[in-house]
Design a binder for this molecule. Structure first.
Ligand SMILES: NC(=O)c1ccc[n+]([C@@H]2O[C@H](COP(=O)([O-])OP(=O)(O)OC[C@H]3O[C@@H](n4cnc5c(N)ncnc54)[C@H](O)[C@@H]3O)[C@@H](O)[C@H]2O)c1
Length: 252
């Protein structure tokens, strides 16, 4: 029960097989009150229901991370309901497999907005509360694509956004460290979720992962474990850092 009495927001947590759902469930199992925030409210409610079945406490919120109004309304609602915000996990993200020459300016803006601007807007919105508390943990979900220059499924815009998340986290980490707030990131490799438009059949997964030292897709639970560590009180002296969760597909 590492997170008893803490309040954790997980954005993009309403996906039935997603990383955000696993993070939300893991926090709830360890005693946190979890804000399950997603642009898909039905999905968020379903995860909230799973948390209730575990005996946990949560709040399902409709949130578009690209909307300042939505983000502000969410923070107001959480403070009215729970009175504090200890953890923010910037997990909401979208990808698009596309070459630069085929990428429109609208594609670029959409990918940047959800993956990068959303991370900025949500972080900025919770920091005043975390400063008041003199305690906070922000964990961003970046990607191996942002570190190794492209992934299998993301375009260059996605790589740029996810690299931007890492740079933003480091700069923000310096700004807020003296207030007891850490800002870290995780960079997953290929994880078994629906982000690529549905989970691939087993033979396709085998082919996709044959060159990965740990030759399989990662699981959302494996990402959640690293996120919970960075969000824990024990990780107080780790900030501006990133953890790779990629089966060895990229090592640095
Ligand atoms: N699955 C992978 O292989 C992989 C690898 C590296 C990084 N990631 C990152 O992990 C995170 C979670 O991805 P996933 O694989 O669970 O994908 P997913 O598609 O299963 O879940 C993403 C969730 O984000 C939500 N979302 C999308 N746009 C939103 C918005 N504007 N506001 C709020 N919520 C929004 C979706 O509704 C969905 O519930 C993403 O940031 C993704 O880029 C995934």
């Amino acid at each position: 029960m590492r997170f008893s009495n803490q309040v954790a927001i997980v954005t993009g947590a309403g996906s039935a097989r997603g990383i955000g759902r696993s993070i939300a469930l893991a926090f709830a199992k360890e005693g946190a009150r979890v804000v399950v925030a997603d642009v898909n409210l039905d999905g968020a409610k379903a995860v909230s229901e799973e948390i209730a079945q575990l005996g946990g406490k949560s709040l399902a919120v409709k949130l578009d991370v690209t909307s300042e109004e939505d983000v502000a309304a969410m923070v107001d609602q959480i403070l009215a309901e729970f009175g504090r915000i200890d953890i923010l996990v910037n997990n909401a993200g979208i990808t698009q497999p596309i070459k630069v020459l085929d990428t429109t300016a609208e594609d670029w803006d959409r990918i940047m907005a959800v993956n990068l601007k959303g991370t900025f807007l949500c972080s900025r919105a919770v920091i005043p509360t975390m400063i008041k508390q003199q305690y906070g943990r922000i964990v961003n979900i970046s990607s191996v694509s942002g570190k190794r220059g492209g992934g299998v499924f993301g375009g260059a815009h996605y790589s740029a956004a996810k690299a931007g998340v890492l740079g933003f986290a480091k700069a923000l980490a310096r700004e807020v460290a003296a207030d007891g707030i850490t800002v870290n990131s995780v960079a997953p490799g290929l994880i078994a979720t629906d982000i690529r438009g549905g989970l691939e059949p087993e033979d396709v997964q085998k082919e996709m992962t044959k060159d990965i030292p740990v030759p399989r897709l990662g699981t959302p639970e494996e990402v959640a474990a690293a996120v919970l560590f960075l969000a824990s009180p024990e990780a107080a002296y780790i900030t501006g850092e990133e953890i790779d969760i990629n089966g060895g597909s990229h090592m640095d």
